[in-house]
Design a binder for this molecule. Structure first.
Ligand SMILES: [Zn+2]
Length: 62
């Protein structure tokens, strides 16, 4: 059973939340995930700035 990701440093940029987590293999990943209804957009990045940039530039699909 996979362990749930434990995010830290979670911030919100518009409808998108950006959080960092340890991937369990010694690395830190950064996820940007949209919380808007019916928008399943979510991406992982190796770098926090990339995740925050993606969050800022995200536009929900209609
Ligand atoms: Zn969205």
């Amino acid at each position: 059973m996979p362990r749930p990701r434990r995010f830290y440093d979670v911030i919100r940029i518009g409808p998108v939340q950006v959080g960092s987590y340890y991937d369990g293999r010694g690395r830190t990943k950064h996820t940007a995930a949209c919380t808007a209804p019916r928008c399943d957009w979510s991406v992982d990045y190796d770098g926090r700035p990339a995740a925050e940039l993606a969050a800022r530039t995200h536009r929900c699909n209609p």
